[in-house]
Design a protein around this ligand. Structure first.
Ligand code: AMP
Ligand code: MG
Length: 346
């Protein structure tokens, strides 16, 4: 498949390019575009065949539903059965932005888009390029992250082009993704709201608006056998080719352990990497993949650095762990999956 690749300046948006990509969506094609979280791989959410192309391009299992993106709040009216008070509160406070809400779907949303569920997960992105493409296409856009299934979500142009050229009709390269982790997903169907996927809109922020909100219990453990509300939760995710291990303990002990392993590994031709905050980089003799200086930066950089591990052909990587509060919950959720829950205590 030939892929049209274009760049767009988010500070000076060329409407002709937007309309070219909007038309591709309206014509049932697949387009990768930037959002404020990660790049999305989009197609017309109302067109079953177009939605099928997303699964095909990603190699994604067909029971793992797609997120649907709108450009204005009113656009959800034809898509969902009802909008209750809590949903309204969340939309008023956090849209446009990195929050996805699960609604009961109307028949217009094909089961191919909802992964066979009677619900549909919807968000309104704040990224201007993303919103303009949705508007121009005049369609709700189904768009999961633009990675091959099971791999880290991409936030950088070069990573997308490497993996996805030839698998989609268009790739639009825009500005950097400000958040770097995918949207928070919240389900309001139960007795109290439940977060199915943690993100940059934190539990604390949701609680301020809604009162009681909990993390889905399936997020707490390896969830191979759980009939999860977010079917995506059961699949292996965010895995670089390197074996990633999380390391718990004092940073000095972590560094000592890694530096010893690194010596052994070098003699065996095994390449060792470390994922840690930038301030610790000098403690390590192995290849360091810097995650930044604040939790927000770690969230933004984590997927990039996981992909960089592969580009540098790292065989084994040791990762610092983070406190599970605020955006640390989202960071640890992604890190645990990329490490297949392996943890070393030093
Ligand atoms: P992605 O952004 O590609 O990683 O995938 C979208 C995520 O949203 C997946 O993990 C899905 O499991 C989740 N999701 C999509 N639709 C629903 C839904 N109706 N109910 C619960 N979770 C959903
Ligand atoms: Mg994804």
């Amino acid at each position: 498949m030939e892929t049209i690749i274009k760049k767009i300046d988010p500070n000076n948006i060329d409407q002709d390019i937007i309309d070219e990509f909007g038309k591709m969506i309206a014509d049932g094609k697949t387009v990768i575009f930037p959002t404020e979280t990660v790049y999305g791989l989009g197609a017309n959410a109302l067109d079953e065949d177009a939605a099928s192309k997303i699964y095909e391009a990603k190699g994604r299992p067909s029971d793992n539903p797609l997120l649907v993106h709108v450009s204005e709040i009113e656009e959800i009216n034809p898509l969902v059965k009802k909008i209750d008070k809590k949903a309204k509160l969340l939309m008023d406070k956090f849209w446009p932005g990195p929050l996805t809400i699960v609604f009961e779907k109307k028949d217009i949303i094909p089961y191919r888009t909802s992964g066979g569920l009677d619900t549909v997960a919807i968000r309104m992105p704040s990224d201007e390029v993303a919103r303009r493409i949705i508007k121009s296409s005049k369609k709700p856009i189904a768009a999961p992250s633009a990675n091959l299934s099971g791999r880290p979500s991409p936030t950088k142009a070069e990573h997308i082009i490497n993996d996805m050229q030839g698998r989609v009709d268009g790739i639009l390269i825009g500005g950097p993704c400000n958040y770097g982790v995918e949207s928070t997903i919240v389900d309001l169907s139960g007795e109290y709201p439940v977060v199915l996927r943690p993100g940059s809109i934190t539990l604390e922020m949701l609680r301020e608006v809604l009162g009681k909100v909990e993390l889905d219990p399936a997020l707490m453990r390896k969830s191979d056998n759980i009939k999860a509300k977010a079917p995506g939760m059961k699949y292996k995710h965010y895995s670089p080719k390197a074996d990633v291990y999380m390391v718990k303990g004092q940073i000095e002990d972590f560094a000592r352990m890694v530096n010893e392993k690194n010596k052994e590994n070098v003699s065996k031709g095994i390449k060792t990497g470390v994922l840690c905050m930038s301030k610790y980089k000098d403690l390590f003799e192995a290849d360091v993949f810097e995650l930044g200086d604040s939790y927000e930066e770690v969230a933004k950089n984590l997927f990039d650095e996981l992909i960089e591990l592969d580009q540098k052909q790292i065989d084994i990587a040791y990762a610092q762990i983070f406190e599970e509060k605020d955006v640390g919950v989202a960071i640890m959720n992604r890190l645990k999956k990329s490490a297949a829950y392996r943890l070393i205590e030093v």
